[in-house]
Write a protein of this length. Structure first.
Lengths: 1022, 510
């Protein structure tokens, strides 16, 4: 009550003050301290009265009326703000200084903040502007090529998640970094609108990430969402773009005649029949059919719409800040089917200084998404399908409801050759997701500004509902809905996670000695539960298909398809950090985290780290040199853990219910029934904590009058007790185990040059990182086979993890004489046109001993660079991104092992061996069907290097009117991913990772192609 | 007022400290630990056994994967690979005994076969361990449950033995796996030891299994004493080979006599229907894998993966459910052979024709059950008739080829013919059992049947069935080299152990 009266009195006094104080008009100009150039759009606000403010005009001038002796806050993005006392009417010339390489910038580190100059670990900060330049649906996708040591692999499918590697592969069981959004843990940030991100900090090494202990083995990405600022006027911002996506690097498949030529050359009855039947049924004569269906053209749109809109209102008074933002994203898929993604987001935040010792606040993030997934099988079908039959066939009278053509009409009898367009159309998969993540905190000053207690509760609640509907259809005996009935599978799933964090931070100093200490405790719960039910024969009673009718109860429920599953993990952690610096010259940081997890048999793990920094440029001996403006050396070490393993490891368990029960009594007269059964899975592994041990050393520097800035780092990270899924002998399911030790090491270099030539400003920046991955040991084993069994990968000591393994193709046997002269060719019954494999050990027998490592999916180099130009209000940015040294196993080509009649890429099909001297690269047409030529070999392992123009943007910024308060506008045209340079023979060398078993990474299983996006957009702020 | 601020802090610290100990002791969701099973609840004792039957009815692991049948069956002269020439062409290499090809060493199919059967053996071993735990909770006075426990173990040991038999027929020298902890290190046993192992296992099974016809068992269709006697007879015949003086022939006679003299078994009168719905789990059945669509037009179904589709008629079948990939087709040799014997019942049962009639430019044939089979562009003339379930016998609304049919494994006819063979080899008359089988196929009796008569009858009776009997019989009787082109005694009998398995357990390469 007393407080309230004081508050009222204060308000009264203040208003009185403004009434009675003498107002003066202050005029001035705001310029860059270094260049003297006017800073257009700088803000000038009366301190303590946020509503009274203005911005500078196109000459950098402003005019504001304020009470005498009040304080003006002058600020401009990227510059150090200044406070100036308004006590004279004479024009002011205010010189703003550019933030010194953002050294004074405060960045978020785990459970706290730090000044950039005090950091002892390599931490990358990503600016929102850089993210906003890209028109990708996901924030991480926007990061591709921007940060040294961070590899992002995007996927063209709308609403899909990019794969992110930080410094190679730390854990094979889960390669994604930990995302911490305002204190809450997430596995991905696909739900976030890029415009809602205020700051993204990437903790790359163990010394920085160790504060997140067990979840940090793959690095940590810290995200702070936007907040209003204290004492700022209300700002309304709109961001939006509209554009279209178009597939790039379309794979050229063999045409009808090219495919026919291969089939004829095979010389078998069946293969010839594919050709002659096509002529008979669909036009042409004899072995010259006229049908030429380009299935990818039939399946893909040449352009697909995408647009995005965000609007935000933020501001703050002396005690409170607020930010409310709404955004909408729509992304159409390029597949000609119901395939799109839309997302509606809401962000609301308020902080309030309740008492001088208590600050409270909350943030709510709501994300509402709808995804229509495409039938990915259709995409694979399009690769296999013969171009010799059309999409529709009026004579296929058994087909219903649409008269799609059937591959059986030209002699195929396998579902793999199903009509791709029918596969895409007879498919309905809608996922509705709602995610609500609120955060509430209280910050208590216990002792001046020195001792601060913060408690925060964060929650993530996600509900996904997926309706997967198949209409009743028939194309042929191999492409039909089961029993020609419709069916519906409905999934409901719920994620419910919470984290409670309590931290106590102490900061103090005497003279040049500064220190801080933080201790904290965190309680975590992550749970997931899914219910799935299926029904067939949904009876709409002639009402036709409506989404609203899709309920399992409208059909015949399938008992064995009612499945429920769930997980529930608990985690408990204690952690702390201490820092010390002397005159910001000698820096020391140490952290420690103890993590308890309900997942491991070994309940507790301990993760320490230390880091030291030395700012050499502050030393006396550096005073006389003029090269370096700033130079800091860093050295750090830390340990990290990984608990992303399923909890059901470590003890034997049973599988029970109908799927584990035998059928008895199925006789001529009786239908039979389940007799309750169970299967005991008693082969299991006892998992220990997977622990990463990392060293990092580096320099941050700024030289040539701050025109060249950069950093260089060397890291060495060793993962011990490496957990991965490995195949087991004798049909035992793949099993997780602690199989060994793996090292990732490399260099990361970031350089940025910015300067001006006359009125043209330019920046050239780039980053490059190298990665050397090596298996150090495998618990005594010499090697361990992984991957797809027919095209395996191998873990071998001294080699990179999961390297492709097989025979080395030496060429193609050209003549019978060559066959006769080679005992290997004779023993394997080869003919000219078959591959010749290298007999590695020279024993004249080709066997398993002749297999060698054929490459690895991990790139040894990843890089990105950009060039920016600005002239007055125009800005041009071009960004490149690429990688090298990685290999891809082209599973599309390899599928010929199973589907010998399939079509193929034109490059291969038109270059098959046709006689002596024709080619030394591809087998003969008949050869493509033989097991010999489809063994795991270097033929299927291709170079995955690429360089891509990631982004081109031309922008024009201006004010909508001459008045000082006029809205500010920026319009831009953008081309995202317009061009790629690669030798790879598939759709895209960006093939992402397997979601569950990472030993299957690097296989191109026909991924959704990446598309280019061309868009136009604007940003208006007022 | 200001002191208020210490209250939340103190509360939080005390809350945290008090709650942390139990917080981490959490059972995983939706996973019943084996350790929580109540082994004193003896009514559950059959559950682990039923679980292994379900595995047997499955493909991967299990007994019914289509590829495993392809590898086993293609080497006999009764079956061709079928399909298009290039589809799964390694099966053709196997048929031509090109086992030395590097492409066979790394063939996915042989690895698949290995994993399917050993996977099932691993599950059987686990289930046996479960029964041990139940046994430990049976009071010594409870004779009924002690006996049941032994019976259930015998059922599992029968299934485990059968999986070993299938593996030995394909790979020869293989590990005898009775202890799952050895899978990473176990070495091979000679094929003779594998057979001896199965033989002794069958002695245990015969002593402990239920004395009933399988379709009379409480768990209708479970293996019984007679299933074990049948398997024993087969393994003893393998052990005896073509040595007429071998005492194993006496064991064959003894085992088959017990089956015959029990009076429980009879041949199903209609050989054509034996393999169709009317013949499911009939009195001829000694071991059969059961499947069902529960008699309903939609909803739940238990099917043997793609086992039937694999063998169904290829090509455009104009919307008929009698359709499939067209593999494992009757060879011209077996068609000619059955024709030459005037074995019309077996011919119409074993072979689906495709081109006996013409309509416009299309050729087709009509089955005895009035289904139309259209000719295909691959030039495949015959399909496996024993895999054929007529559309008129399918449950209304169901459309998958063969669904709701069982897979026949061991039949009484085998007991009769092995009994006859052993007796002839021992200089006795085998006419009685021999002619029972002939007469059922509407063939006239033969008096004084010779060994070759009996072997010919086996060839016709079991033609195109799924367990590799024809190839095994040719090896067992020493006729393989003269009958199969390209067969070399000593190397063509067995396929090498898959490279993938040697990579995972180097002892298998020794």
């Amino acid at each position: 009550m007393r407080k309230k009266s004081i508050l009222l009195l204060l308000v009264a006094l203040m208003s009185a003050g403004s009434l009675f104080a003498q107002n003066i008009q202050v005029q001035g100009v705001i310029v860059d301290k270094k260049t003297g150039e006017a800073l257009i759009g700088s803000t000038v606000v009366q301190k303590g009265a946020a509503t009274n403010g203005t911005t500078t005009n196109s000459n950098g001038e402003f005019s504001i009326t304020v009470p005498q002796n009040s304080v003006l806050v002058v600020s401009y993005v990227g510059y150090v703000s200044q406070e100036i006392k308004a006590n004279s009417n004479s024009p002011l010339k205010i010189q703003l200084e550019e933030e010194n390489q953002a050294l004074d910038e405060v960045v978020v580190v785990g459970y706290g903040t730090s000044k950039v100059k005090d950091l002892t670990a390599p931490i990358s900060v990503v600016k929102t502007e850089d993210l906003q330049r890209r028109t990708t649906g996901s924030a991480m996708g926007s990061l591709q090529g921007s940060v040294a040591g961070v590899q992002v692999v995007t996927n063209g499918s709308p609403g899909s998640s990019p794969t992110v590697h930080i410094r190679g592969v730390g854990s094979l069981n889960n390669e994604n970094p930990l995302y911490v959004v305002d204190g809450m843990f997430f596995d991905n940030i696909d739900f976030l609108n890029t415009n809602d991100i205020a700051e993204m900090t990437i903790l790359k090494d163990a010394s920085a990430a160790a504060i997140y202990g067990v979840r940090a083995a793959n690095g940590v990405v810290l995200i702070t969402t936007k907040k209003g600022k204290l004492n700022s006027k209300t700002q309304i911002t709109y961001d939006g773009y509209v554009g279209f996506q178009t597939p790039v690097n379309m794979l050229k498949m063999a045409s009808g005649s090219e495919y026919a030529a291969m089939e004829i050359a095979k010389g078998t009855t069946s293969d010839l029949a594919h050709v002659t039947l096509s002529s008979q049924k669909f036009g042409g004569s004899g072995t010259n059919p006229t049908t030429n269906t380009n299935w990818y053209n039939e399946l893909l749109n040449q352009s697909a719409l995408t647009h995005s809109h965000s609007i935000g209102i933020s501001g703050g008074s002396e005690k409170a800040t607020y930010n409310v933002a709404l955004s909408y994203l729509y992304q159409d898929g390029i597949m000609k089917a119901q395939n799109n993604y839309s997302r509606f987001n809401l962000l609301a935040q308020t902080d309030f200084q309740a008492y001088d010792w208590l600050k409270i606040g909350y943030k709510i993030l709501v994300s509402n998404s709808t995804l229509f997934s495409p039938n990915k099988t259709a995409f694979a079908n399009a690769y296999y399908a013969s171009p010799l039959y059309p999409v529709f066939d009026a004579t296929n009278t058994n087909a219903t409801p649409t008269d799609y053509a059937s591959s059986t009409s030209i002699g195929f009898s396998n579902g793999a050759f199903a009509n791709p367009v029918a596969a895409a159309q007879y498919y309905y998969d809608k996922t509705n997701g709602v995610q609500i993540s609120p955060t509430v905190f209280a910050e208590i000053k216990l002792w001046k500004d020195k001792l601060l207690f913060k408690t925060q509760y964060s929650q993530k609640y996600t509900v996904n509902q997926d309706l997967n509907y198949t209409p009743a259809y028939y194309v042929d005996a191999f492409q039909l809905s089961p029993n020609q009935l419709n069916s519906l599978t409905s999934y409901q799933e719920k994620y419910q996670n919470y984290i409670v964090d309590n931290t106590l931070t102490y900061k103090d100093g005497i003279g040049n000695h500064h220190w801080s200490a933080m201790i904290g405790q965190s309680t975590r719960n992550e749970s997931w539960r899914q219910l799935k039910a299926t029904a067939t024969n949904l009876n709409f009673n002639g009402a036709g298909f409506q989404e609203e009718y899709l309920y399992v109860s409208n059909g015949h429920p399938v008992a064995s398809q009612v499945l429920e599953n769930g997980t529930d993990y608990h985690g408990l952690s204690f952690f702390g950090r201490a820092t010390y610096d002397f005159a910001s010259k000698y820096l020391l940081t140490a952290t420690f985290r103890a993590d308890g997890s309900s997942k491991y048999q070994q309940k507790w793990g301990y993760f320490p780290s230390v880091g030291a920094g030395w700012v050499l440029s502050e030393e006396g001996f550096m005073k006389d040199q003029h090269l370096f403006d700033y130079l800091k050396a860093r050295l750090s070490w830390g340990m990290l853990g990984n608990d992303a393993v399923p909890a059901n490891n470590g003890f034997s368990f049973i599988k029970t219910g109908d799927p584990a029960s035998g059928i008895f009594g199925s006789t001529s007269s009786s239908a039979g029934a389940y007799v309750p059964g169970y299967t005991n899975v008693n082969l299991f592994s006892y998992l220990k904590w997977e622990v990463v041990n990392e060293w990092d050393g580096g320099f941050d520097f700024s030289l040539l009058k701050q025109r060249l800035n950069g950093s260089i780092d060397y890291y060495n990270r060793q993962t011990n007790n490496l957990v991965f899924m490995a195949p087991q002998p004798m049909g035992n399911p793949d099993m997780l185990g602690n199989y060994g030790k793996v090292t990732n090491q490399g260099l990361e270099l970031t350089l940025n040059w910015s300067d001006k030539i006359g009125e043209i400003g330019y920046t050239i920046g780039g980053n490059i990182s190298t990665l050397k991955n090596k298996v150090d040991n495998l618990g005594g084993l010499a090697y361990k086979m992984t991957g797809i069994s027919e095209f395996p990968t191998i873990m071998q000591v001294g080699q990179p993890v999961n390297s492709f393994y097989g025979y080395q193709v030496a060429g193609v046997y050209q003549t019978q004489a060559e066959i006769n002269a080679d005992p290997i060719a004779v023993a394997n019954g080869l003919v000219p046109g078959d591959f010749k494999y290298k007999d590695q050990n020279g024993d004249k027998v080709l066997d398993s001993k002749d297999r060698v490592i054929l490459g690895n999916y991990l790139p040894t180099v990843t890089y990105g660079f950009n060039v920016g130009l600005n002239y007055k209000k125009l800005e041009l940015n071009v960004m490149f991104q690429g990688q090298g040294g990685n290999k891809i196993l082209n599973m599309n080509r390899a599928r010929r092992l199973w589907y010998s009649d399939m079509n193929g890429d034109a490059q291969m099909i038109t270059h098959l061996w046709t006689g002596a001297g024709s080619t030394n690269e591809y087998p003969s047409a008949l050869g493509t069907t033989k097991g010999w030529n489809n063994m795991a070999s270097s033929f299927f392992v291709e170079d995955g290097s690429y360089m891509r123009i990631q982004n081109i943007q031309l922008a024009y910024s201006f004010k909508l009117a001459k008045t000082a308060n006029a809205p500010f506008m920026r319009i831009f045209v953008t081309a995202d991913r317009p061009l790629i340079f690669t030798k790879y023979s598939g759709f895209t060398p960006e093939i992402g990772g397997a979601t569950t078993d990472l030993s299957n990474t690097g296989y191109d299983n026909n991924v959704y192609p990446t598309s280019a996006t061309y868009s136009i957009g604007c940003r208006i702020s007022y | 007022m200001k002191r208020l601020k210490y209250i939340p802090l103190i509360l939080l610290i005390s809350f945290t400290v008090s709650s942390c100990s139990d917080f981490l002791n959490k059972l995983p969701e939706n996973t019943i630990p084996s350790s929580a099973i109540n082994y004193t609840q003896l009514s559950n004792m059959y559950a682990p056994v039923s679980g292994v039957y379900r595995i047997a009815e499955s493909a991967n692991p299990g007994l019914v994967h289509w590829m495993d049948y392809g590898i086993r069956g293609v080497r006999g002269d009764d079956l061709d690979k079928g399909s298009s020439a290039s589809d799964q062409s390694q099966l053709t290499d196997i048929k031509l005994f090109h086992y030395n090809y590097a492409s066979i060493q790394s063939f996915w199919g042989t690895n698949n076969c290995w994993n399917d059967y050993y996977g099932m053996i691993i599950d059987a071993n686990s289930a046996l361990a479960e029964l041990d735990k139940f046994a430990a909770n049976i009071p010594s006075t409870d004779a009924t449950n002690l006996k049941l426990n032994l019976q259930y173990k015998a059922e599992l040991r029968f299934l485990r033995s059968f999986a070993h038999l299938m593996l030995a027929r394909v790979f020869g020298n293989i590990p005898i796996l009775t202890d799952n902890s050895t899978i990473r290190t176990i070495g091979k046993s000679p094929v003779a030891d594998v057979r001896a192992f199965i033989n002794s296992e069958m002695d245990f099974c015969i002593a402990n299994l239920e004395d009933a016809r399988p379709n009379q068992s409480i768990h209708v269709g479970a293996v019984t004493k007679y299933s074990a006697l049948m398997l024993k007879a087969k393994i003893c015949a393998d052990l005896a080979g073509s040595d007429n003086t071998s005492t194993y022939w006496d064991q064959v006679i003894s085992a088959t006599d017990q089956i015959i003299n029990s009076g429980k078994f009879s041949l199903y009168p209609d050989y054509y229907q034996l393999f169709k719905k009317p013949g499911k789990m009939c009195n001829e059945s000694l071991f059969e894998l059961q499947f069902t669509d529960f008699g309903t037009s939609s909803g739940d179904i238990v099917e043997p993966d793609a086992f039937w589709a694999f063998q169904g008629p290829r090509g455009d079948q104009h919307g008929s459910p009698i359709s499939g990939w067209g593999f494992m087709t009757p060879s011209q040799t077996i068609v000619d052979y059955l024709n030459s014997r005037n074995d019309s019942v077996r011919l119409k049962t074993t072979v689906l024709f495709t081109d006996t009639k013409t309509k416009g430019t299309n050729k087709y044939a009509v089955t005895p059950s009035n289904d139309t089979i259209w000719a295909n562009s691959d030039g495949v003339k015959y399909f496996n008739g024993k895999a054929y379930l007529p559309s008129s016998q399918m449950t209304a609304g169901r459309t998958d080829y063969g669904e709701n049919n069982n897979i026949r494994i061991l039949r009484y006819a085998d007991a009769l013919l092995l009994n006859a063979e052993a007796k002839v080899r021992k200089g006795q008359s085998g006419d009685t059992p021999f002619n029972l089988v002939r007469n059922r196929a509407k063939l006239a009796s033969i008096t004084g049947a010779t060994l070759q008569n009996v072997l010919d009858e086996r060839r016709a009776e079991f033609a195109c069935e799924w367990w590799g009997d024809r190839f095994n019989d040719l090896i067992r009787t020493g006729q393989a080299a003269t009958t199969l082109s390209g067969f070399v005694v000593g190397t063509s009998e067995y396929i090498p152990i898959p490279q993938t398995q040697i990579d995972l357990n180097t002892n298998l390469g020794k």
